[in-house]
Design a protein around this ligand. Sequence first.
Ligand code: NDP
Ligand code: OXD
Length: 309
Amino acid sequence: MRPMRITVCCTDTKIQRWLDGLRAALPEADVQEWRPGAAPADHAVVWAPPQQFLDEQQGLRALFNIGAGVDALMKLRLPPDALVVRLDDAGMSVQMAEFACHAVIRHFRELDGYERDVAQGKWTFRKPRSRADFPVGVLGLGVLGRRVAQALAAFEFPVRGWSRSAHAVAGVECFAGSGQFDDFLAGTRVLVNLLPLTPETENILDRRTLGRLRPGGYVINVARGAHLVDADLIALLDSGHLAGAALDVFRTEPLPAEHPFWRHPKIVVTPHTSARTLRDESIAQIAGKIRALERGEPVAGVVDRKKGY
Ligand code: NDP
Ligand code: OXD
C-alpha cells in the first residue's frame, strides 16, 4: 500500500518549515510541496491556493486551511467531496482577546490622548470615564468572538454579542439573527467585528449599521476588510458620530499607500496581525485531525459549505 500523501500549497515564504513540521508530526506520510502536475494527494494543507491546484487535486479527502477564515477558499471551485477544515483556535483566540482588549482599553482610557500630552511634556489628567457608558458589542460568537467577549466581560465592560443562531455566554447579553441586529447595535458603543466574510456579511458595516451605534461609537475591525464600507466609515468619523476606529484588516492588503485610512487622525491601522497563525500549534492540530480522519473519526472545525464558514 502506498503511504498517505499530503500536499502543501501556501503563500508562506517559510513553506519549508511547514513541510519539515508536517514530516516530523506525520512520519508515516509522504509530505510534498505542490507543483503543477503532482500526483494526487489524500490531504492538502493550503493558504490561498491557485484554482489550478484544486482542479488538479479533485480526489482530496480534506483541505486544511491554515487560517480561521475560509472566505478566499470558498470563492474557488473546490473538489466536491473534500472536507474543508479551518484552524480551530490553534493559539489564535488568546491573541485576538489580547488585541481586542488592548484596542477597547486604549480607547476607553484615552491612552492616545495621554501619549500626545506626554509627548508635549504635559502632566494632565482626564476625567475618569464610566464603563457603563461604553457597552461593547462583539459581532460573531464563534471560536474567536466568544473568547473576546468573555475577556472583555472580565474587565467589567457591559458586553453584548451577536450571532446567527442563539447562544448563551456567561456575562454576555446575546442577540441572534437579523431580527435582533438593530437592537444589538443600538445598545453598542464599541463594536468589535469577528464575523466570517460570507455573501451575507459582506459590507455589513455600512452607513446604516454604523449609524445605529451609540453616539461616540468606536469600531474595531479584526475580521475582514470587505465587511466594512470604507467611505461610510470615513463619513461617520468626519461627521462626529463615530469617535474612532482600529482597523487590522482591509479590502486590499497590504493597505495601498494612497488609502485615506493611513492618515486619518481618528483611525489606527495595524497590518493584519491581531491573531497570527502559529505554525507549531497549527501543525499539531492538523496532524491530529489527519490521523483522526484516517481512523474514520469526525473532526472539529469542518466548514459548512452552504453557510460559507
Ligand atoms: P467562527 O466560524 O468560529 O464564528 C463565526 C461567528 O459568526 C459565529 O458565531 C456565527 O454564528 C457568526 N455568524 C456567521 N454568519 C453570521 C450572520 N450572517 N449573521 C450573524 N452571525 C453570523 O469564526 P472565528 O471566530 O474562528 O473567526 C471569525 C473570523 O475572524 C474569521 O472568519 C476571519 O475572517 C477572522 N480572523 C481574522 C484574523 C486576523 O488576524 N485579523 C485571524 C483569524 C481570524 P453561529 O455561531 O450562529 O454560527
Ligand atoms: C485567518 C487570518 O483567517 O489570519 O486566520 O486572517
